[in-house]
Design a protein around this ligand. Structure first.
Ligand SMILES: *[C@@H]1O[C@H](CO)[C@@H](O)[C@H](O)[C@H]1NC(C)=O
Ligand SMILES: *[C@@H]1O[C@H](CO)[C@@H](O)[C@H](O)[C@H]1NC(C)=O
Ligand SMILES: *[C@@H]1O[C@H](CO)[C@@H](O)[C@H](O)[C@H]1NC(C)=O
Ligand SMILES: *[C@@H]1O[C@H](CO)[C@@H](O)[C@H](O)[C@H]1NC(C)=O
Ligand SMILES: *[C@@H]1O[C@H](CO)[C@@H](O)[C@H](O)[C@H]1NC(C)=O
Length: 471
């Protein structure tokens, strides 16, 4: 009996330390973590239980400042289903710089939130602008969806390697609209294992080594959970959204959705909870053999992409459906090429329900306009068991040779094209005059605040000597 109790005590201790560990691993605490509710005077506004700080309430927070002329708007008639951070926006009529002090160099997630509205005769829906992040063009001639009938907020996400003490974001209104806006900004240190240094590069059917992946700027194009419902930021350790796969699934004949109610076994060397949360790994779509033969089918997903860029395709696997290890073998194809043959997930992870992911870099072909991923049985597949499985897919665009994620223009060209235009018209001159008066009225305050507060907005110099920039 004594032994039995001791064992119990041991397992209790073991259980406690394990659950403490898992609680801690759940609480990813990024060294750099800016959540900013632009144009808001309230100290904090929650979105998915996360506190966003109003950038006009900086008096209460040392982390960023109101040092520049605050041009902001408020939605007087917000729709009831639109979260509060989207009720205010910061508006830019000139190129404007926002600089974030960075504590820890490395990959950072940068998210912008947009929701256009009408406010005091200003229609944010007609804004057109460019955004530069750390010298990369991430959005160019971006318009906020005059055509978006649902009027849903839109969130865009980038992963950028920051190598200096500051991350600089520049908003550049286009010549035609002279108007840019943003409702909220997130700048967060990414876990070091989120984007690795190397991947496999699929080039004309052959796999080569791809180096320096983490030094590229990446745009999240698709983040898809397979076989399950949407995963919201509330249930994701990095506050990401994973959409269901139905809209991308092209052939589902012979496949089925699968849900696993047990515990996901995160292991060192596999995927961490930051790479993919439990809610992503506990669902999948699979191919099942129900009789003496292995089904001769593929599951195929197709992702429309713009040509002229490379894409990172990250495939997430977690064997949540096999009854034991060593039973599940399958092939994985990207763009029709065999990239993983006889994949045996439980052999790699040494246990069931243990997540694993593989990265492939592929060229986006403009003549095809899409990437495809297929999963199908292999020559080692067995009858009466699971013969193929996929839990999630992410597709991220890599910057092109112009350091752009959105067109063949570089950052200097964007800045220069804004400066070079001449005819602003009387109206804009008047607007500018009003702006100058307003800015003058806060100049003194700005000077006092500027020196001690860290994140700051500032007007970019209009005169430039970089007129010989070519892109
Ligand atoms: C603002 O109001 C105008 C005129 O009613 C409308 O055409 C436009 O779509 C509105 N913009 C937004 C973002 O709702
Ligand atoms: C989070 O996940 C749980 C179950 O996994 C689900 O019941 C709940 O609705 C999710 N919450 C949100 C806000 O998505
Ligand atoms: C197994 O089932 C599939 C359909 O589910 C059928 O097409 C196939 O002929 C069956 N094979 C055998 C050996 O019964
Ligand atoms: C599955 O897809 C691969 C790649 O496109 C192809 O080579 C293979 O023939 C397909 N198998 C079936 C059964 O369609
Ligand atoms: C954005 O629009 C301007 C003016 O219409 C044009 O010169 C520029 O090339 C466009 N940028 C991109 C990336 O298409």
């Amino acid at each position: 009996m004594k032994n039995f109790n001791q064992n119990n005590l041991f397992s209790l201790l073991f259980f406690l330390s394990f659950s403490t560990l898992s609680v801690f691993s759940h609480l990813f605490s990024p060294p750099d973590n800016y959540l900013i509710n632009c144009g808001s005077t309230s100290a904090t506004t929650l979105l998915n239980n996360r506190p966003f700080t109003g950038d006009l309430a900086a008096k209460h927070s040392p982390s960023f400042s109101t040092s520049s002329h605050p041009l902001f708007v408020k939605n007087q008639n917000p729709l009831s289903n639109v979260p509060q951070i989207y009720h205010t926006a910061r508006v830019f009529t000139k190129p404007t710089k926002y600089s974030f002090p960075i504590k820890q160099k490395g990959t950072h997630m940068v998210r912008f939130h947009f929701h256009a509205f009408n406010s005091s005769n200003l229609d944010l829906g007609r804004a057109q602008f460019n955004i530069l992040v750390d010298g990369y063009v991430v959005l160019s001639n971006f318009t906020r969806f005059v055509t978006d009938s649902e009027r849903n907020p839109r969130v865009v996400e980038y992963l950028v390697w920051v190598d200096s003490e500051k991350l600089v974001i520049v908003f550049v209104p286009s010549k035609d609209s002279e108007l840019a806006f943003v409702n909220a900004i997130e700048v967060i240190s990414a876990p070091t294992d989120l984007i690795l240094e190397t991947a496999q590069y699929l080039s004309s059917g052959n796999l080569k080594r791809f180096d320096g992946l983490n030094k590229q700027a990446l745009e999240v194009v698709y983040r898809v959970t397979v076989g399950g419902p949407k995963v919201t930021p509330f249930n994701d350790s990095l506050w990401r959204t994973w959409v269901p796969d139905e809209e991308f699934l092209k052939s589902s004949v012979g496949s089925e959705k699968f849900y696993f109610g047990g515990r996901i076994n995160y292991h060192v060397g596999g995927a961490s909870r930051e790479v993919g949360p439990d809610n992503v790994y506990n669902t999948a779509r699979l191919i099942r053999s129900k009789n003496d033969s292995v089904p001769n089918v593929n599951m195929t997903w197709v992702f429309p992409v713009k040509g002229g860029y490379k894409y990172l395709v990250r495939l997430h696997f977690c064997d949540i459906a096999s009854i034991s290890g060593g039973l599940l073998y399958f092939n994985v194809y990207v763009n029709g090429y065999l990239v993983l043959e006889d994949l045996d997930i439980s052999y790699i992870t040494s246990s069931l329900a243990s997540p694993y992911y593989v990265d492939f870099v592929v060229d986006g072909d403009s003549s095809v306009g899409a990437l495809s991923v297929s999963i199908g049985p292999s020559k080692s597949s067995l009858p009466h068991v699971i013969d193929g499985m996929l839990n999630a897919v992410e597709v991220m665009k890599l910057n092109n040779q112009y350091k752009s994620l959105d067109g063949d223009v570089c950052a200097d060209f964007v800045l220069k094209s804004h400066r070079s235009h001449g005819n602003t018209g009387i109206f804009l001159t008047l607007v500018a005059a009003v702006c100058i008066v307003l800015s003058l009225s806060i100049v003194i305050r700005r000077r006092i605040i500027e020196s001690r507060e860290s994140v700051s907005w500032s007007r970019l110099p209009v005169n430039s000597s970089e007129d010989n920039v070519k892109c």
